[in-house]
Every structure is written in C-alpha cells, then in structure tokens.
Design a protein around this ligand. Structure first.
Ligand SMILES: [Zn+2]
Length: 1029
C-alpha cells in the first residue's frame, strides 16, 4: 500500500509459530494477554453474570508486566505501580464496554528519581496487589459466579476463558490470532452487489484441510449477516451448522460435537448479506459526477490490512494463503474487475449479468483480493506475456497514457531485476474517484487515487514523478508482499520497506530524468526525525491488537525500512551483490510467508564475507527502536568513533544501552566526491579506533547519507568542515551538504550542539544552489520560524524571516515563473517560492497574484506550471476575493492533482468562516471529499490561527472522524501529527479522555513528545536567537 503522505510536498516478539500443537491452541499466550487488553474481554472479577472466573489471568497480568517493552533504566517502581493500576483499569473498562477492540495498555512514562515517599507508597501498593492476586489465584474460579462451582475439569485445569458469542453461546476461541488447526485451501466467492440499495449478498465456499484434530473452525467476519451455513466433511453429506460470532475480535466460529481429525478435508458454505461500507475499507461504495453533471455510483474494495472479512467470511491473516474463484453479478451498463482475467459472462434470469473470473493461479493472502463494479474504460498494451491496462472514469481516459508507458517500462525492469516473471496474465491499474490511501497493490488489480495514476499530457515531470513513484512502489509489491508475504503484521516492513526502497531504485534506472534521489534523501531525513523520538518502535515489533496493526503503516515500516536496505546495499561494492541476495530470497520463499529472520538468513548465505555477517549487522537495525549517534574524533591520522542511542526525550532522563552494527562510511579532504573515495569501517562496539593511511584535515562521515545514523564531529570538527564549505561549496557532494545541515539541526535539538554552531554552518549556505541542501535548510529554518510565531515572539519571528530572506534572496530572485523542464530545478523553485510567498515577500506575492489573475481570465486555457501551482493557489487563498474565485474553480475542476493543490490553497486561509466552511464540507463529503480531510487539517495546522480551528474541529468531531478513518490508520496519524501546534496539556487532556476511542495511539505520544521537545528547544535557545538573529 502506498500511504500518500498528503502533508508533504517533499514527500518483537516473533510471531507465533505457524504450526502449533493443539495443546498450545488451548493456552492463551501469556505475553499477549498482558499486552492486549482485548484479551480480557471476559475478565470476570466483578460481574458474576458472566462466564466462570479464571484466576490465572491475574497471574498472567503480573508476569506480563515484567515483559513490557520499557527500557530497563526507566522501569522504576513508580511507573510499574502506575502501569499496574492502569492495566486493571483498562481491563475492567474493556470488560464493561464489552466491545473494545481498540484498547491497548498505555506505554509507561518514565519517572526519574522517585522520592522515598513514592517508593514506600509503591512498595505498599505492590504488596497489596500481590496479596490480592494470591488470594484470587487460590480461590476456586467459580466463587463469584451465581452458578457456583462447576464440576472440575480434571483433564484440563488450564482451560482458557472463552468469551460469549452474539447469540449467548460460549465462543470457542479467546485470542486475536486464529488457531492453526485448519488451513483454508480455496475460496469460491459469489457476490451480488446492488448499487441502488447499497447492499450486497454473497455466497462463500471454503475448502479446508484439517492440520490438527480439533472441535472448531475459527475464522473472520465483520458486519456481515450470515443467513445460512452448511458443513461437509470429506465425502459426507452437507448439513446445517450454526455460525457463532464474537464481534469485538471480528471472529466467527463453528463448533463440532465430534472431533475433526487431522488429515481430513472439509467444506464450509455460507450465504450472507451486508451493507456496503461507508468508510474506505471493505467492499465500499464510491461515486463521482460525470461530464453531464450526473452522479455515477460504483463499488470497490480495500482490504489491507483487516477488511477482507467485511466482504466475505475468511481466514483473514496474511499467512492463510489460498486460491480464489470469484463471480460477481452486475447490471449490463457496468463492468467488473478482479485479480484474474474474466473467464466468462452469463446472463442471469433477473436481467443481470454474472462475470466469472479465472481461478487464481497462485495462493494468495486475503488482503490482496480485490473486485470492482464500475463503468470505467481501459487503455491497454501488451508487455511481455502480460496484458497491462490502465482504467479510469471514461472522461479521464486521456490521462492514462503516462501511467501505461511507465508501468510497461517498470514491469520489464522488475521481471529482469528479480529474475522472476510477473506471474499473472494481466495487470490492471485502476484510478478510483474515492480512495483513501495512495494506492493498493492487490494482485493483478492495483487500485489508486486519481492523483497517483492520472496525469495530463501537459503535466510537468514533477507531477509525473508522483505517479511513477507510486506505480513503482505497487509493482514492486507484486513480488515483495504478493509473491513472498510477511507472516504477520509485525513484519510489515518486509512488504513496505522493500517496496519503498525498490520504488526509488527502479526509477533511477528506468526513468533517471525523474531524479527521485532528492526525494529519497529527504524521506530518509524525516524517517530519522521520527525515529529519534522515544515513542518510536523497532522495525519489527510486537503487534497484538487491531489498532497496532493499523499503526504499523507508518514511517518506520516504510521509510526506515527502505533506509536500512539502502544502507545494506551501499555496504557492498556495486549493486549486483545485493540483487543476487534478494533474488535468492524471493526464489527460496516464492508463494510462502516469511519473517525478518528469514530475510537476513537468506541474505547471509549469499552476501556474508569474513568482514561482515549480514544477519548480525541487520538484526541490530530491525530489532531495536531508534538509531545511533556516531561521534567522531580525529587526531592526526587516528580516528576514534563512539556510538550511542540518538534519543530525543523531553525530560532527558532516558538512556539505553542499545548498540548497532554500523557500516560507517567516510571521505576526507583529499578525496571527497567520487564513489571511489568512500571507505568503510564497521563500528560494532561502543567505541573503536582506527588509523588512516595519512593525516587529513577533515573527515565527512556517512557518505551521501546512505547510512541510517547521525554524526557529531565535535566543536572543532564542525568548524573545520564549515570552513571547508565556506572556501568551496563543491568540496562535498550535495547529498553530503544536505546531510550536514540535517544532522546539525538534529544535534541542536538533542542539546548536543549550541545553536551558534548551527548558524555558523549556515554561513556557507547562501553560496549553495543545489536542491537538497537548500530545501533542507529552508525546512529547518521554517520550522523554527513557525515555532516563534506560535510563541507569539513576533519580533524574533520577523528577524528570523529577514534571516531566511537574506540567506536565500539571490536564489529566490533568480527563479523564473515560466515552465521549467528539470525536476530538480522544479523542486528547488517550488520550495523557494513557497517560502518567499509565505513570508510575504512582495515580489513573490505580486508575481503569484498576477499569474492567478491571468489563469482566471484565460478560463482554464492557461496552465500554471505544475511546480508553481501550490505557491499561486496558496497566495490566492489569502484574499477574500480570490479565495471565492479559487473555490469556484475548485468546485468545477476535474483534474485531481491540481484540485488538491487548490484545496491546500483554500485551507491556508486565515478567515475563520471559510476555515469552518471547508472543515464542514470535508466532513459531509459534499463539495470536498472526506478522503481529503487529513490534507485539509494538516494544511490548516501550518499556521497558528488555522490550527486553533482545526483543533476544535478534531475534538468536536472525533467520533465521526474515526468512523471514516480507523483508529491508528495513517489518515488518523496525519491528523494527530498536525496538532503539535497545540499545548501539550490540551492535547493530553483530550486524548486521554478518549479511552478505547484512540487514547493509546502511538501518534498521540509522538505529538506530545514533539510539542514538549519544541518547547524545550525554544526555552533553551531564545537567548541565542535574540543575540544572533
Ligand atoms: Zn506499499
């Protein structure tokens, strides 16, 4: 899936063993229970009407505490006590609401140096808790039930607590993950969507194999109403069965009085009905307005990660791969699409047509199944053995040509690069008018937003870059994700990190004119910024609740995943070694599921040398959160490197003993530009020393920033590098200059480098004209400017504005307002002019206003260069008169990418009434599509005033927001990230009040940390800013 970060114009415990014995099935996992409060939905302590009391839970809870993922140093008795208290509270509230799939144990906040009184209170508290626990443990479980004690079950004294099904029967499964005793082999799906009534009926036949003898079949289903179910064992007769449902975990089950024996085959057939989903997942309805102004409805699917179960009952975990045969009925005026080519169409007696698709030729995970009922038209071409088609609504078919061309090139590239041909006969790419993510890699039927697939003939290369990147990402998934799939969502990075890495790598080969290098570099900087926070997580991490599954779709899985693959690839001379390794991995696991260890083991076999053990090195990057800060000390020809965790905490109390296996690269003053200059030293210990062959004046570490770490050169080291750049900008590559700028700002944030040193480095920057260093400096300075604005330090803010304008005035003045061919120059120009206009530079505002007027007068015939559109529309959004005009154009515009830039322009207004108008339109989905709300909110939050309205709106409409966007999803993460303009007290108060409606999201912790860190940085550096600006 591509997340399409709408805001940026820059753009573990191991999973349980798959083959578990039946004893293990009976035994809820200890750690899972402690971490996942949904594992306690039937905690019976206080309500005697519920199922039998099971005291073992208390013991599990206490044991689970020792295994939470706190850092050792921060785990003191106070936080433990708090945690313990919280766990009890969570548990009972989960019990009371009885429908809280979204509760999760709060991550502990560290509390340094507890007072002696606190310690005494803690100890007392723990003693009391321990005593109560012991009492509960030794009491018979049935003491508090009305029914009293049942006959003791002597054969199985550890029977888990089963929840209650919707019909009042005991539901035979008590875990989030499904049992492993039954394996689905194939699905026959028949779907009958009714686009007038917005409902559908379905029939699902699941052929299964029994791996371990069992009395139950447990699978998934959500919001579907099963009307009939039959079961057939082996060659026996089919008979009616009752399907039980446990809603909080979206699970269905069938109980059997007689054991199903291992080695047998069976068939479960279910008929059901459901409504189309109103959100953007499951089988959902969508619509668009055609050229004649008529509303056209359609239905499409989005199943990743957890929504296949909303369209048909299934074993909805990535490891349950099976084949699919799909039939869909439609009106004659519609067409249907699914993963496979259409096999036949049959006229039905009710006047409808039923399309049947070929059975999938390979096993695939449920989240990759897809189908669409619409009236789209294709643009088709044959590439090798594959028929490639790009579909859109009929009137936008002219915008599909570029996608078709670049897809063809990329498909040939990947077929060759992976040495495995794309395995299906057809590949459809479909632009869907209502679509939340950027795109979704469904096998053979990739779905996109219109913005990420359609470009007009006149579009600039920068607009094509967006489309090409998303297509490259989704195509890479056809191998990484579809052919070889992560076993469980904890290793999502195996899908997303790889697809993100391949997206940049493939385009550098296939379409170098798109210059994706700058984009990838800035993506790595942002990944570092996020991973520096204490709230970050390891690349491969525990995932025990549905909310945690959603949260895995974040920058750690995508961008950090891609960054560490780049680092690994860059550790070898040439590209071929790494390529050989991943071909080996793909061939070894083709059609199967893997975890992170499988990847490293596979690469280790091919790539390890006596210098480097791939598995050892890479595990240090995937199993620990964060990344290292490498400090370098140069004395003559002797170099000392030291590593520590680069950890931003707002209270400076948390330290970790994490160590990484770092392939440190470096260049020096006598050879610093060519790849041959680069040397490598692997730093495995806390500190290490090595000798250079001769004395050097300076070293630049992390050549071209291909490593995922930050470097501190020490006071003298920074001064020497600064001097070298002042004398000659070209002494380092532009990536290295950008890396120095990024790193020094990060070090200032960490409190390691005084801000004067930062300003010192920026002395050279007026002479820099390359995109990546200039845009990085602009972004960092803008960040400080916005913080000053927020603190209402208007005098300092205006001095900062002058500082920025002085640094970049010449470069800004050199920009033209005509079409520009070169992507890198477009990126530079759009960053500079957006900044100039946002700082109210007169010349910029005047040029933008005049261009907008010409655009209005031309009635749409004049095209504003793609990279300037955002600047022009944002300026237009500032005055009441042009805002109305822009809104009018927006309402009638059809081209999605341009439309989104207009929307950002509209949302940047400071007029309260208009702000409210936009937010409400977005919520109702009337003039502004609801899928654009995250974009609207994050744009508003670029300014202090706008953000106040957005914040009120978020609070008032939280429940409606999470109806549309799942808790933890990327859309919600984007919305929460926006609120860092608020006070931490307000943010904390609001989110902690949400309880299971989102209080435990990692992004809330991130937002809170960021607010506090910004505040701390300002408190520390205001005097310096006052003195030096
Ligand atoms: Zn993806």
């Amino acid at each position: 899936m591509d997340l399409f970060d709408s805001n940026s114009s820059e753009r573990a415990s191991l999973p349980r063993n798959m083959i578990e014995n039946s004893m293990f099935e009976e035994e809820p996992d200890v750690v899972d229970l402690a971490k996942d409060s949904t594992a306690f939905p039937t905690f019976p302590a206080l309500d005697p009407d519920e199922v039998t009391y099971e005291p073992r839970s208390s013991r599990l809870l206490v044991r689970g505490l020792g295994e939470n993922d706190m850092d050792d140093d921060e785990e003191d008795c106070e936080s433990s006590a708090r945690l313990l208290g919280m766990s009890f509270m969570n548990r009972s509230s989960a019990h009371r609401s009885n429908s809280s799939p979204y509760t999760r144990q709060a991550p502990p906040r560290s509390c340094s140096r507890p007072s002696s009184r606190t310690i005494v209170v803690c100890v007392l508290f723990l003693v009391i808790v321990a005593s109560v626990t012991m009492v509960f443990y030794f009491l018979p479980g049935c003491t508090f039930t009305k029914a009293g004690c049942r006959k003791p079950n002597k054969t199985n004294p550890m029977e888990p607590v089963y929840p209650i099904s919707t019909n009042g029967d005991l539901f035979p499964w008590a875990q989030l993950r499904l049992p492993q005793s039954i394996k689905p082999l194939s699905y026959d799906l028949t779907l009958n969507p009714d686009l007038d009534k917005m409902t559908f009926t379905g029939r699902t036949v699941i052929n299964m194999s029994i791996l371990h003898s069992t009395n139950r079949i447990v699978f998934h289903g959500a919001n579907i109403n099963i009307t009939k179910a039959t079961f057939k064992l082996g060659d026996g007769q089919a008979s009616d069965v009752t399907v039980l449902e446990y809603k909080p975990r979206q699970q269905l089950a069938v109980n059997f009085s007689e054991e199903l024996k291992a080695g047998q085959y069976c068939v479960l057939t279910m008929e059901y009905s459901a409504n189309f989903s109103n959100a953007y997942d499951g089988f959902y309805n969508s619509s668009y307005i055609d050229e004649d102004g008529n509303k056209r409805v359609l239905a499409a699917t989005q199943f990743e990660p957890l929504s296949a179960r909303k369209a048909f009952p299934c074993f909805d975990e990535p490891a349950f791969k099976a084949t699919f045969l799909i039939k869909i009925s439609r009106k004659k005026t519609y067409m249907t699409l699914s993963n496979m080519p259409k096999a036949k169409s049959t006229n039905l007696s009710n006047g409808l047509v039923q399309d049947e698709f070929e059975k999938t030729s390979i096993n695939m995970s449920t989240y990759l199944v897809a189908f669409i009922v619409a009236d789209f038209t294709p643009n088709t071409k044959n590439v090798s053995e594959t028929q490639v088609s790009v579909y859109s609504v009929p009137e936008k078919n002219g915008h599909t040509e570029y996608a078709l061309t670049i897809t063809s090139k990329l498909l040939e590239f990947y077929n060759n690069f992976f040495d495995i041909n794309y395995p299906l006969k057809k590949l459809d790419l479909v632009a869907i008018p209502d679509f939340l993510a950027g795109a979704m890699e469904n096998w053979g039927l990739i779905t996109f937003r219109e913005t990420t697939l359609l470009v007009g003939k006149k579009s600039s290369l920068l607009e094509k870059q967006v489309v090409a990147s998303v297509i490259a990402h989704e195509l890479a998934h056809q191998w990484f994700g579809n052919l070889v799939t992560m076993r469980w969502w904890n290793d999502l990075w195996l899908n997303e990190g790889f697809a993100t890495y391949m997206e940049y790598m493939s385009l550098q080969e296939v379409s170098p004119d798109l210059e994706t290098g700058n984009l990838f570099l800035s993506v790595r900087f942002r990944a570092l910024d996020k991973d520096a926070l204490n709230s970050s997580h390891a690349v491969s991490t525990d995932v025990n609740t549905t909310e945690q599954v959603e949260e895995m779709f974040d920058s750690v899985s995508y961008e950090k995943g891609a960054s560490i693959l780049l680092m690994l690839n860059a550790s070898f001379p040439g590209d071929q070694q790494f390529r050989k390794g991943i071909i080996e991995y793909l061939k070894q696991f083709s059609g199967l599921n893997t975890d992170t260890d499988d990847l490293w083991n596979s690469l280790t076999q091919v790539l390890s040398t006596h210098h480097m053990n791939v598995s050892q090195m890479m595990t240090s990057w995937t199993s620990q959160k964060g990344f290292p800060l490498v400090t370098v000390n140069l004395m003559g020809n002797q170099v000392t490197l030291t590593q520590e965790h680069f950890l931003l905490t707002s209270d400076n109390t948390t330290h970790t003993s994490s160590l990484w296996n770092i392939p440190v690269t470096y260049v020096n003053d006598s050879c610093s530009l060519a790849p041959e200059c680069r040397q490598v030293f692997t730093l495995k210990n806390k500190s290490d020393t090595f000798k250079l062959s001769k004395n050097v004046t300076w070293l630049k570490l992390n050549y071209k920033n291909t490593g995922f770490y930050i470097v501190d050169y020490g006071k003298d080291g920074w001064s020497v590098l600064t001097q070298a750049l002042i004398s000659n900008v070209g002494v380092l590559t532009h990536e290295d200059r950008a890396s120095l700028i990024h790193n020094i700002f990060a070090l200032s944030r960490l409190g390691r480098v005084p801000f004067r040193q930062v300003l010192n480095l920026l002395k050279y920057v007026s002479a820099d004209t390359e995109t990546s260093p200039v845009t990085e400096a602009l972004l960092q300075l803008n960040n400080i400017y916005r913080q000053l604005e927020k603190r209402q330090e208007s005098n300092l803010a205006s001095r900062m504005k002058n500082f920025i304008m002085i640094k970049f005035r010449n470069l800004m003045a050199n920009q033209t307002w005509e079409e520009e061919e070169n992507v890198s120059k477009q990126e530079l120009r759009s960053a500079l002019l957006e900044m100039a206009c946002s700082l109210n530079d007169e010349n910029c505002i005047q040029q933008a206003t005049s261009l907008f007027k010409k655009y209005m007068q031309s009635n749409g015939s004049l095209r504003i260069p793609g990279d300037l559109q955002q600047t022009v529309f944002t300026v237009a959004g500032q005055s009441d008169e042009t805002w109305d005009a822009l809104f009018n154009i927006y309402a009638h515009a059809t081209y999605d990418s341009e439309k989104r830039k207009m929307l950002k322009g509209l949302a940047s207004t400071q007029n309260p009434q208009r702000l409210v108008q936009i937010l409400l339109s977005g919520l109702s989905g009337s003039l502004i599509q609801t899928q654009e709300l995250p974009l609207v909110i994050s744009t508003m939050c670029q300014s202090f005033a706008g953000c106040l309205f957005a914040w009120d709106f978020i609070q008032e409409n939280w429940d409606r927001l999470i109806e549309k966007f799942p808790i933890g999803s990327f859309a919600i993460q984007t919305i929460i990230k926006s609120v860092t303009f608020q006070s931490s007290t307000q943010v904390q108060a609001f989110f902690s009040g949400l309880k299971e409606r989102g209080s435990q999201m990692r992004s809330v912790q991130e937002a809170l940390e960021t607010i506090k860190l910004n505040q701390r940085w300002m408190d520390r550096n205001l005097p310096t800013l006052r003195r030096w600006l």
